[in-house]
Design a protein around this ligand. Structure first.
Ligand code: UD1
Length: 415
């Protein structure tokens, strides 16, 4: 368990460069299972979720090395289509190997993902879609087994635009015979990045980034070099930290169109955001306004920035209403923010935050990755010293977060 010590009330100033996207890199790494030739995936963040995905891929025989933000994997040798509970339970995104494994070998046995801190997170939509592609699905002894003699394209309607289900089905359908149409598909930028990667490797996918994705099956995928998009959630986290501390920070190496929801909401608070070509300049104000936030599938406000925005709003002037519509249990950070002096009441998936304009340091405990980021922002805003018991969460999703904040002038250290 790592603890992070922060002495707050210092406005962040300077420039921070954003790394590659965790949520784009994970499915792209899983998709390398489909490729016949070596792949070089660049701009991969140096974080523990990526290491765990690499170990999982290694166990399936898709051997790869990770160094200097590049994941290099060999040409496909023999693939062993198993993902053990021990390895798969280290990260939820492990289930993304299920589709590529069954598409490539006709069989897959992958540990059934358990629930996690933010909700039950079932995979029923993945499994329903697999059945539509001609895959027999069986769940026994904690494992999902998938069998297919011949994958057949089909029309698949997703009851909810699940990011993971869209990715798993899109990857599987690339090697199916005929046409697959995913309706009510997720439209997140990470879906488009995965489709771009697959197309570069020889797939035929159109419509990614909209709610209807069409995949014309191909016989095989080659390999090659591909660079992952920048992480919009990491960018948003730094933007919120800058705004919440009344600082002035340039966040560079971003795709600004991916940041529209956070830019819009920050501007509503009175924060100044100047948008450049691949950068944003955020200038916080000491008396910023409360705003209401409702998380939604893309292009709505991302659930992965809800916790960080709550921290900022705890210091706003006025009352904010936060509604979480994506996950059923994503308010872990709120009781901890209350320990920093925030005034918050919750009912179900709605939280009411009465901005006090002032937080005080305390010891707090993170319950998930984005909650950890939220508590770090709370600590940066608070008077005095805050200790965030991080439980290793930050390193799952943020490369060099503490070092980057230190470079922006924060008084922060890992204990
Ligand atoms: C991905 C992201 C995560 C982000 C989330 C929503 C990765 C590695 N993770 O997670 O950071 O918070 O998108 O933007 O990319 N659901 C079902 N049945 C299913 C699948 C999902 O009911 O078969 C539900 C989930 O329980 C959840 C909601 O749909 O309540 C959204 O889940 P989903 O979009 O699938 O998120 P993930 O892909 O798990």
């Amino acid at each position: 368990m790592s603890n992070i010590k922060i002495t707050g009330k210092i406005p962040l100033v300077g420039e921070v460069r954003v790394n590659g996207s965790k949520n784009a890199a994970l499915p792209i790494l899983a998709a390398t299972i489909l490729c016949e030739n070596p792949c070089c995936i660049q701009n991969v963040p140096n974080i523990s979720d990526i290491f765990n995905m690499q170990i999982l891929l290694q166990s399936t025989g898709r051997k790869g090395e990770f160094s200097k933000n590049c994941y290099l994997c060999e040409a496909a040798a023999e693939i062993s289509p198993f993902a053990s509970y021990d390895l798969a339970s280290r990260l939820r995104a492990s289930f993304l190997v299920a589709g590529p494994l069954v598409a490539k070998t006709g069989y897959a046995e992958v540990a059934y993902p358990g629930g996690c801190q933010i909700g039950e997170r079932p995979v029923d939509l993945h499994l329903k879609g697999f059945s539509k592609l001609g895959i027999t699905v069986d769940i026994q002894n904690g494992y999902v087994s998938l069998k297919s003699k011949k994958l057949r394209g089909n029309r698949i309607y997703l009851d909810f635009p699940s990011v993971g289900a869209t990715e798993n089905l899109m990857m599987t359908a690339t090697l199916a015979s005929g046409t697959t149409v995913l309706e009510n598909a997720a439209a997140e930028p990470e879906i488009t990045d995965l489709a771009n990667f697959l197309n570069q490797m020889g797939a035929n996918i159109t419509g990614a980034g909209t709610d209807t994705i069409t995949i014309e099956g191909v016989k095989n995928l080659s390999g090659g070099t591909y660079a992952v998009i920048p992480d919009r959630i990491e960018a948003g986290t730094y933007m919120l930290a800058a705004a919440a501390t009344g600082g002035k920070v340039k966040v560079s190496n971003v795709l600004t169109e991916h940041l529209n929801p956070v830019i819009a909401k920050l501007r509503e608070t009175g924060t100044q955001v100047a948008v450049g070509e691949n950068e944003v300049l955020v200038e916080g104000k000491s008396n910023y306004k409360a705003v209401d936030i409702k998380t939604m599938p893309h292009p709505g406000f991302p659930t992965d920035l809800q916790a960080q925005f709550c921290a900022m709003l705890a210091g706003a002037k006025g009352t904010s209403i936060i509604t979480e519509t994506i996950f059923e249990n994503r308010f872990h950070h709120l009781p901890e923010l209350k320990r920093l002096g925030a005034k918050i009441t919750t009912e179900g998936r709605t939280a009411v935050i009465e901005g006090t304009g002032k937080l005080n340091g305390a010891q707090v405990r993170a319950g998930d990755l984005r909650a950890a980021a939220s508590l770090v922002i709370g600590g940066l805003m608070a008077e005095g010293t805050t200790i965030v018991e991080d439980n290793g969460y930050l390193f799952r999703g943020y490369e060099r977060l503490v070092e980057n904040l230190k470079n922006l002038g924060a008084d922060i250290e890992i204990l």
